[in-house]
Design a protein around this ligand. Sequence first.
Ligand code: PMP
Length: 437
Amino acid sequence: EAPMTRSAAAFLREQRVVPGGSMRHASWFAPHPPYAARGEGCWIIDLDGRRILDCANNFFSLAHGHAFPPIVAALTDAIAKGTAFGVPMEAEIALAETLRARNPRLEQTRFCNSGTEAVMAAIKGARGVTGRHRIAKFEGCYHGSYDHAEVSLESRPEEWDDAAGNPASIAYAKGTPPAVLADTVVLPYADADRCAAILKREGPSLAAIILDPQASKAGMVPMPAAVIAAVQQACARDGIMLIVDEVVNFRLGFGGVSPLFGLEPDFVTLGKIIGGGLPVGAVSGPAARMAVYNHAAGKPKVALGGTFSANPLTMAAGLASLAHYDEAAVARLNGLGEMLRQRVNAGLAAAGLPGRMAGAGSLFRLHPGARKIEDYRSARPLPAEAEALPRIHAAMLGAGILLTPNCSGALSTPMGEEQVVLIADTLIKATIAEFQA
Ligand code: PMP
């Protein structure tokens, strides 16, 4: 019998003190993930000394992989000067200015510590502007764990439709207050006519519509232009705030994802790469909207605090991350992503396999089925696929490549064509092996 690996031993130990042996729901997979000892560029070195090519990049939050020298230097400099102050620092101005220089719509910003917090702040901001409390979101789409944002994150086919054939509001966490469901309208990601009809009825009571135009849980396929148009029409007609969740997809363009889809949001939520690998979130938007948080003339409509919001380490890492994610870097990484998707799709087609790689820019996701993927329902793995995906994931890890558990990933700037070819060819081999088994 092979001796137990150090990662397996760590997992045994963690299970005693942490429910499920994992601090995070989404990052666990069977039998257990490798435990990282350290990271270096696009590589994780695990406790057993294995070098693993990291395509998960902490759930797409790292643009430059691990221990990126400019981020290490910026953090080393910042850490020696103190890590938390109850007074402001110039770095927070610089990071807010950086966002505004990349997209003028990000005129003013408030930083917080996670994407979940950013979404909560944006929803509360929209409520403050409109004086309404209901929101609409798209079925299956993830926006963190604020109660309203979590509605209909996951559901079984038998509960999908309400009596009128519209997506039902379904609780994700057991014990979700019924009011949360009543106050959260669910929209279909790929049905513009139905969206328009739902919004015609519900629009006047909505504070906000939140959307991610290339939502991972909707298959990482673009939201149809007609759906975006229906949303924009409803917002203009009924005075609804548009919140664009760019926590993941900011990385798709130098100015983020909204400009790529012609979106003019009232609030933008940010996170992940803008913190350079440290905990971060941000709510940003035109000054006229962001005024809802302004406390300068007494109690604001919506108060935002946070002991560690805009902490100096996150600001320093974020500045270094974005400085090196300039237009050329974004274009190069997006080109590598295109190369990856083309190579995988050509390889699967040549092998006569039904699967397809979706995604955009530096983000990718493998769909093993033959059907058209257009929304949460079609992206949801069928039972056979739900068994195949973990095996493909495990085969990739066995070959030294880490994907997220649903076989998606993000490229990082330390990667080049050599890594893209390795990822593509390993994934094609793993998928062929799965279908021939
Ligand atoms: N919005 C989207 C689109 C996300 O993917 C995530 C996290 N993956 C969040 C919000 C929440 O961010 P965080 O994990 O930092 O709370």
